[in-house]
Design a protein around this ligand. Structure first.
Ligand code: SF4
Length: 223
């Protein structure tokens, strides 16, 4: 399936009642500093290149980031950090990701395991399962995919669950950590990386040099 067709399908989804209510509530109430914004308030599809060799896979859109702007990793602190790193390495054409149609182009594909913002950034197991079918379609659409970066443990585990559908792998054999690398039975390479959340960045768990070094390693593996 073409990713543009898939995007249209995702945007219309209303399967998880709790998340539909939550995403629309946030879009209506807004954050004070964004009162002038018309919030997106719908599922946030992945974006990037149909022929991507690398997928960056996070957890879910942020309440006032992706849920506001309509593009994942766009318009919040995590996006600010991530795109400075991706630009430095040459995976993005600009160091900022502010809103849809801001001119951003990425050499890859970026998405989230759950396409709607969950309360407290915690989707239920049922919601993760509901949204899994979209992630599977994304995997199936990206025919040139070689590397998946699980940004945070849920992104990492979501890739493992996808693989587990076809191959008898055991989740416990794949430990999440920053920089861990596994070759999966279908030859896909799975990396783990700390999520570029303000909490991880402000506490020094993750910094710019670490993330640039990480993506540079991946870049050398792709080329
Ligand atoms: S989380 Fe996924 S399955 Fe649930 S409503 Fe949003 S797009 Fe649909």
């Amino acid at each position: 399936m073409n990713i543009n067709t898939l995007e249209k399908e995702i945007i219309q989804c209303r399967m998880c009642e709790r998340l539909v209510r939550f995403r629309e509530k946030i879009a209506k109430e807004k954050r004070k500093s964004y009162l002038h914004w018309e919030y997106w308030g719908k599922p946030v599809p992945g974006y990037g290149n149909q022929y991507a060799k690398i997928m960056i896979l996070g957890l879910a859109p942020a309440a006032h980031g992706g849920n506001r702007t309509g593009r994942v990793f766009t318009g919040d602190k995590s996006a600010e950090f991530l795109f400075k790193c991706l630009y430095q390495v040459g995976f993005a054409n600009q160091p900022n990701s502010d809103f849809r149609d801001d001119g951003l182009e990425i050499d890859g594909y970026i998405t989230a395991a759950v396409k709607c913002v969950p309360p407290g950034d915690k989707p239920t197991a049922e919601e993760k399962n509901n949204c899994e079918s979209f992630l599977i379609k994304e995997f199936q659409s990206l025919k040139k995919l070689k590397i998946v970066v699980g940004l945070g443990k849920i992104g990492f585990d979501s890739c493992l669950k996808f693989i587990r559908k076809t191959y008898p792998i055991k989740m416990k054999d794949y430990k999440f950590g920053h920089g861990v690398r596994y070759v999966m039975p279908n030859d896909l390479i799975l990396y783990g990386a700390f999520h570029p959340s303000p909490r991880n960045v402000n506490t020094g768990k993750l910094n710019f040099d670490m993330m640039v070094q990480f993506f540079n390693k991946i870049k050398s593996e792709i080329n």
